[in-house]
Ligand binder design. Sequence first.
Ligand SMILES: [Zn+2]
Length: 300
Amino acid sequence: MVRSIMMMIGYVRESSDEARMILLNRHNDQEANNLSHTCLQASSGPYVLTGLVRGQSMHRIPPSHVVGGTGGTGGPNPLPEPKCHYGNCHPTDPKKLNVHLVPHTHNDVGWLKTLDQYYWGSKQGVQNAGVQYILDSVVQALDGEPDRRFIYVETAFFWKWWTHQTDTVKDTVKRLVNNGQLELISGGWSMNDEANSHYSAIIDQMTWGFKRLRDILGEPCGVPRIGWQIDPFGHSREQASLLAQMGFDGMFFSRLDYEDRDKRVRDRTLEMVWRGSDDIPGERSDLFTGAMYLGYVIRD
Ligand SMILES: [Zn+2]
């Protein structure tokens, strides 16, 4: 479904040099009442707290993700030092639970309408969706509002939109990505199905998307760090292995069997480290993975 969606990512600092990255889904009123800090716009409703210890995955982050990089395709006005790293989140209070709210997209690269119909916003009678307007409005909403964040996901749409922008808008987008306000995750041309796709096709479509983002935005800020498989119906271990080997820090999905989800809610194991392969030893195929509690849409 084409829509902009709220997700919530929080950071709890346990000490000055150790940060835990937390993904929060709505779940528990008591925990919601304890929330002390929100970035962007607060969403009403309860939350569930789950977590990712950054130290478990930082080993996979290439040096280019953390410091340095070209920050885009260059030009007469080089971008300042990139701030698209985990350390650039809003200040937090180490004595409180700190919650950061980040809206994100899930724009189907073809579902009830074609890619072009989704992009341009035609056939509104079939589905009320026009991706170009999401990107137009997001850039306007972020520009000049340094506390705001947004995550965009689908490179097929982002690329199409990019080719229709003026140099001024492109410079604005590069600046927003470089300063960490606009983050591209997944990075694939689309969010591939996991049941029927051959692994070589998955690699190809991810590679194509990565290349486009790198060409547009450069390193490190145009390099996605989080996998985003929130709408495939079922999930394969090979997908986890591939994303781990591509260098992702983590991956999130939302569609899992209801009994599995119920058990994970009870056991508080909606987040896990997924061992993607028996054949690839150790951490090379391990991927921090989070299953969303209520799917990828916040409900009233
Ligand atoms: Zn979808």
